[in-house]
Write a protein that binds this ligand. Structure first.
Ligand SMILES: Cc1ncc(COP(=O)(O)O)c(C=O)c1O
Length: 497
């Protein structure tokens, strides 16, 4: 006789399974930047790489109408050819392999690189040891000094938390803010989906506020007030406001006056400000230099609680893979600071190479240092190239009929609006796609090999359609990318008109 506790031999008993074994909030989470489009792009890239020159495709594969897949879906500069900054990699190489800078080793690096690496090694146990949970004290002290230099206001090293990219810090702060499903955080629409995805996972209420597309994706305080009041009317306890400046996916840069208005709003409404400033070095307009929330909060002597985030992934370093970032908190209770410390200590510490990369980003070589000339020319070339590509790409897109694109004042993206013909909207519905822009982007990928992200993955006003593209491919490639997009766009419009 079979015991009742013994499973039938052919019934799998998975603890983690779709049949109820996972956290449902995680299932509901969406992250378009790495979604359906990218999986298809990767499959197409594999198909291309299997193709031997002059050979026939396998019978199951029809020939592709392009020779390369171009990834414009993610702000990952080095994945599309951007070179790392020599100074950064030299210091990191030396700390990874200290024998390279042993006193008897041949001199392979400039003297300031050697000194920098020796300073890191002297002030730490090297890259193979955990650091303090907030991060290496000497790095935090130097980050604090660099913030002081940037803003003209002091920063305290104990208010700096070094993390694996900015993402981990953002998630820690959201996890502290969201106590129950009726706690909410205001996030921009469109927004970078780290926020929506993390809030879905944490079961919090997303309180969206719309950026004003007709006004260069501006952030209006009236809109904030409207959405806040609406949310409170629905019983949501709104606890914080996320501002992404410069914006992703929208590329706008906020003026100092705008920052002041936002700070006054948050003071009045008792909201924590989460200032995502990872693109602070990616500003391409002279009229609106980047101004940090920390600076304006300090100038106003405001007591508003602020957390600001920065990263080595963006700027001109583009060191996404090193996973270095930091969060600075201001005006937070000591209790909160200690709780953040506890949350960080559960993961012991962030990776040390990323921590050192943060130090190198915040305190680069200075004029007169042996590495300065090369550093300066590499940084300037990358920055100038980004600026030219931003203009070339938005000019290109604006020349398409039925496409309107605000220029990028900052960051690494454009978010053009596409007028999609009604027949295409119907077709997308018939296909069961979430939005017509998903179909537009899928068809673009199949026709051109260019991978962009549908606007619906970031949020957009009902009835409007967009896609997000980076302008990160090399300058040589950009005209070809625009041309491929243009030809596709014309065919798409013709097909559905
Ligand atoms: C607005 C914004 N915040 C945060 C991040 C996360 O960056 P990190 O690589 O530092 O985690 C990104 C990455 O694209 C971003 O665009």
């Amino acid at each position: 006789m079979t015991s009742r506790t013994q499973p039938a031999p052919d019934v799998p008993r998975k603890v983690l399974s779709a049949a109820g074994g996972v956290n449902r909030s995680l299932e509901a989470m969406e992250y378009a930047v790495r979604g359906q489009l990218v999986l298809r792009a990767e499959a197409l890239a594999r198909q291309l790489s299997r193709r031997v020159p002059d050979s026939q495709p396998s019978p199951s594969e029809s020939p592709l109408p392009f020779h390369s897949v171009v990834y414009c879906n993610i702000g990952n500069p080095q994945s599309v050819g951007q070179k790392p900054i020599s100074f950064v990699r030299q210091v990191l190489a030396a700390i990874m392999c200290p024998t390279l800078i042993a006193p008897d080793a041949p001199a392979v690096f400039p003297s300031d690189v050697v000194q920098r690496a020796r300073d890191v090694l002297a002030a730490s146990h090297g890259v193979g040891a955990y650091s303090e949970s907030r991060g290496l004290p000497f790095v935090r002290a130097r980050v604090a000094k660099a913030i002081h230099r940037r803003d003209g206001f002091p920063s305290h090293p104990d208010n700096i938390f070094l993390s694996n990219g900015a993402s981990d810090s953002v998630k820690v702060l959201l996890s502290m803010l969201l106590r129950t499903p009726t706690d909410g955080v205001m996030i921009p629409i469109p927004q970078y989906p780290l926020y929506s995805a993390s809030m879905t996972a944490l079961n919090g209420a997303q309180v969206g506020y719309y950026l004003d597309e007709d006004n260069a994706w501006g952030l209006g305080v009236d809109e904030l007030q409207l959405r806040l009041d609406e949310a409170r009317g629905r019983g949501i306890t709104v606890r914080a406001l996320v501002v992404i400046n410069p914006g992703n996916p929208t590329g706008q840069v906020l003026s100092e006056q705008n920052l002041k208005d936002i700070i006054h709003f948050c003071e009045r409404e008792n909201l924590v400000i989460m200032a995502d400033e990872v693109y602070q070095k990616n500003v391409y307009t002279e009229e609106k230099p980047f101004v940090s929330f920390k600076k304006v909060v300090s100038e106003l002597r405001s007591q508003v609680e602020l957390a600001s985030f920065h990263s080595v992934s963006k700027g001109v370093m583009g060191e996404c893979g090193l996973r270095g970032g930091y969060m600075e908190v201001l005006n937070m209770d000591q209790y909160v600071n200690e709780l953040i410390y506890k949350l960080f200590s559960v993961s012991l510490c962030s990776n040390i190479v990323g921590q050192v990369a943060v130090d190198l980003m915040m305190t680069p070589p200075e004029q007169g240092d042996p590495s300065y000339e090369l550093y300066n020319s590499e940084v300037t070339n990358i920055y100038e190239s980004l600026r030219r590509k931003a203009i070339a790409m938005s000019d290109g897109l604006n020349a398409f009929e039925g496409v309107r694109c605000n220029p990028s004042e900052g960051a690494m993206y454009l978010f053009p609006r596409i007028t999609i013909p009604p027949a295409a909207v119907t077709e997308a519905k018939n296909l069961g796609l979430a939005s017509a822009d998903v179909m537009y982007c899928l068809e673009m990928l199949e026709a051109t090999g260019i991978c962009v992200v549908p606007g619906s993955g970031f949020g957009q006003r009902k009835g409007t359609y967009h896609f997000r593209t980076t302008f990160l491919p090399s300058e040589k490639e950009i005209p070809g990318v625009i041309d491929r997009m243009h030809r596709f766009h014309q065919q798409f419009m013709l097909k559905y008109s």
